[in-house]
Design a protein around this ligand. Structure first.
Ligand SMILES: [Zn+2]
Ligand SMILES: [Zn+2]
Length: 139
């Protein structure tokens, strides 16, 4: 990898680190680069590399075709199961006690070991639920 490429990659991982717990598309990442020092194609190349190294999780929101990436190398995010709100897009951590319960129950009852770092549960967050209740559009 050239010095220039290493720098581009650093830019991108720094960006991810400062947006921990956000799921970002390649386009959003590009928009966040204030100096546009990394081209769109370099972003795609780096995303593919980071993904193959297991540092990124690629996912798409239900009902949407755009591909989002979440950086899984953040210290805070290791071993956490993430909860993603379908309405506002915010991400939360499942409480450690809940995570342990879920992982051990599923492992015990189904013989299935959940990969925490790559697990995202989609739903509606408390704030959005409250908001919907107030505006009366909740079903
Ligand atoms: Zn996290
Ligand atoms: Zn929400």
């Amino acid at each position: 990898m050239s010095k220039y490429e290493t720098k581009q990659r650093k830019r991108l991982t720094d960006l991810f680190a400062s947006h921990a717990d956000e799921m970002l598309s390649a386009e959003q990442l590009y928009a966040l680069l204030d100096d546009k020092s990394v081209s769109m194609s370099a972003i795609y190349r780096n995303l593919a590399e980071l993904e193959s190294e297991g540092k990124l999780t690629r996912l798409s929101r239900p009902g949407s075709r755009s591909i989002l990436y979440r950086y899984t190398e953040n210290e805070n995010c290791r071993e956490k199961i993430h909860l993603s709100c379908k309405l506002c897009g915010k991400t939360f951590h499942l409480r450690p006690s809940e995570t342990e319960k879920l992982v051990s129950e599923v492992e015990k009852n189904d013989g299935f070991l959940i990969d925490r770092a790559n697990t995202v549960l989609f739903g509606v967050c408390g704030y959005c639920m409250e908001n919907e209740r107030r505006t009366g559009v909740a079903k």
